[in-house]
Design a binder for this molecule. Sequence first.
Ligand SMILES: [Zn+2]
Length: 913
Amino acid sequence: MSSVRLADYRPAPYLLSRTDLTVRLYGDHALVEAQLRFAPNPAANEADGAGASGEPLWLAGIALTLESLQIDGLTLASEAYALESEGLMIKAPPAAPFVLQSRVRIEPHSNTTLEGLYVSGGLFTTQCEAEGFRRITFHPDRPDLLSRFRVRIEAEHSSCPVLLSNGNCIDSGPLDQGRHYAIWDDPFPKPSYLFALVAGVLEERRELFTTASGRSVQLRLHVEPGDLTYTEHAMASLRRAMRWDEQRYGLEYDLDEYNIVAVRHFNMGAMENKSLNIFNSKLVLADHEIATDEELERIESVIAHEYFHNWTGNRITCRDWFQLSLKEGLTVFRDQSFTSDLHGAAINRIENVSILRNTQFREDSGPTAHPVQPDAYQAIDNFYTTTIYEKGSEVIRMLHTLLGEETFMRGMTLYVSRHDGSAATCDDFVRAMEDAATLAWDEAQESSDSCRFDFAQFKRWYHQAGTPVLQIQRNWDGSCGELELHIRQHTPPTPGQPHKQAVVIPLVLGLVGQGGEPLPVQLEGEDPETAQEQDLPPSWGRRSRLLVIDQPEVQLRLCGLPKQHHPPALSLLRQFSAPIKLDLGRPVAELVHLLAHDSDPLARWDAGQLLLKRAVLARSQGQHDAQLEEELGDAFGRILNDPSLSQASKALLLSLPGQPELEDAAQQAGHKPDPPALFAAAQSLRQRLGQALATTLLQQLEACQTEWTQSWPHGQGDRRLSGLIWAWRSAAGDAAVIAQARAAVDGASMTLARYGLAALQHHDRPERQAASEAFYARWQHRPVILDSWFALEASAPFGDGLARVQRLLEHPRYDPNAPNSVRAVLGGLAGNAPVFHAADGNGYRFMARQIADLDGRNPITASRLAKVFSRWRSYGTERAAQMHSALSTLAQAELSANTGEVVQQCLAEDNHG
Ligand SMILES: [Zn+2]
């Protein structure tokens, strides 16, 4: 398999000004006519130093049957072009502007890859990012070629009454034989990956939105008949997103129409095609009865994310796919800011950090680790990763932290004004930020330069893979109240990058005194007033200070602290100011103190997480630490009884770290992770805490219940805390709580129903069985909800797990062509530590067979799933051997480029996982 390299980027030899399509849809195929207006690209010829013309023209095309090919109205002789399996080469195109016309036949009905044009439940739909457009027609299909699209769609009226594409509908009408047409024109030039087309039977919710400048926009949300009642939340979310982008970024919507379509069969979450977003139906259809609080919030944020792309992604697009994080990292940062503005910054930040640690950190330390801006790939679809999205967003967030809101926004304005209507690079974005920073720094000549940094060095965040580690040593001199910090940074090697350089790390820290009071952070040589001026705004936690760590080793002395025997507690990485790991020995007492008093919500939560990890780790090795658990129980008791804390904060502070984080903690402590043992240890710790805190937990549960009926976003903290208490008390065998959790499945709140199921999930009790059956009986006709039942059953950690998963795969309501169902069952199995990681290796072999089978239908979904094997080297010898053998079997199957690349990375010798 061949690689595409960033270093090989060349401008396209021919510019494309227009893409005119006629798409005729039929009951068993489709015909696509394309008219492409090309002209030789002067920039390309300059770059090559070659003459004006004569360069061949490559048109990508996969699974197309060519019926005719013309240039300027003349049919091309067969020797004038070469037809290959992945496209065709026009050998000697004209030296002057020309029109290329083609007609192809395609088979959307049998297209299970869900790329290009395909049929989902009778609906014609498209997915073109990253390289799906070449499955619709012959086209250069590269993101740096922006052209104006006009699309004529023809179809049978009865089966496809609704015909949609990008832009504005400029004409429509009847045709012979019960057919009709619609013509869509998009005035904004766009790359082919943003093309979309939808045709079928749909119902719509229609509303008007008035933009800040007073223009009227028609918002249309299209769903399958019968689903209209579940669209109110998505529509309200869209309105909030549009308003927010006007208010925070000054960015307004630019067309007369904005369409969203919900589709059952979809590989991803959603797609930001210009003015015609296509969504996985699970991210549209929702209300409190059919969706959980978490799902409602996720829908709101994904609707916002796709909308925000209209500027960061569509108006300014990516020059090539190595720049994917230019649009994704930035847009994730924007959607995270949106959610925290609406629902509270502290909780949103903790949730996002938790996701980052459980997914991206894991990726960053395994064989598929790659930089935010990779320099080579085989299948671009494999790079829609948490590194590109979530770490990419963290890189933008660090710029925001280092520059401050005002300068960051000046940089954004500069970026938009420079690159609107074009294809840009990550470098262009950083350059806009650098120019804004230079202006700001020049203006503020007098002020301290402690936050200045080198942008060239900052860019290493884009090019180096791996999670940097800050190793910190402390020396406390109680007699003069001085704390010395010795800080060393290093980034572990990753595949292809054995040696790393120092990065720019914004480290936000605070000091907490013995009585819990915040202490000033005063550097050596500073007077107390100067130090105070450096304090960050109070949203960071009181008396927070930003330090820039950009050298491999730094020595700092913090002065003016109380002269006493014990050092103040060190609150580090407040709000998780950089995507890094910390390595410093912290005594239990210090962490307990921070858990009780840290004014920064994230650092406070993190102190609790560290204590919980220690407790779980000890239990997993059969040496439970009674004293630690008692201190933890006492601290949690005080948190539960603290009236100043919201119920949502209490639930977060008490939540156990996820399984990937536990495995990582085991590794950091120098052990080979044993997933079933860690899983069992976490459950037994819940049982222990559930017993120890019985009275307090039940009092809190009672208090929460009065808020259960409030609808989202109200009452969600109470429901969340109830779910946690149900899980802990069920683990402790509380019959009354078990009955309450069971009853929730029949209630009016999906959130409580799912918390009830989750609380009962770990034990093979009759109540669990009854709850599962009741849930199935109630929701069996709603595929989106039934997927959560599939996931739950596949992750039940008892009995013959593989036999259960096999039955699910043969279940009459299981749809092997719906990625949501596949992910529910096989993803559920991968997260089921006792079954997937069973010592006999059967879980691994089962999974490998399923991936090989799935790969034949849907390579994108299969290759993502194949990453469940990426950690095999981190486990003990026998488990690693079993996993390796399953992987080797998979490697021998006939695999797609997508899955082949992942399997090959996992098996490669130079991997440091
Ligand atoms: Zn996106």
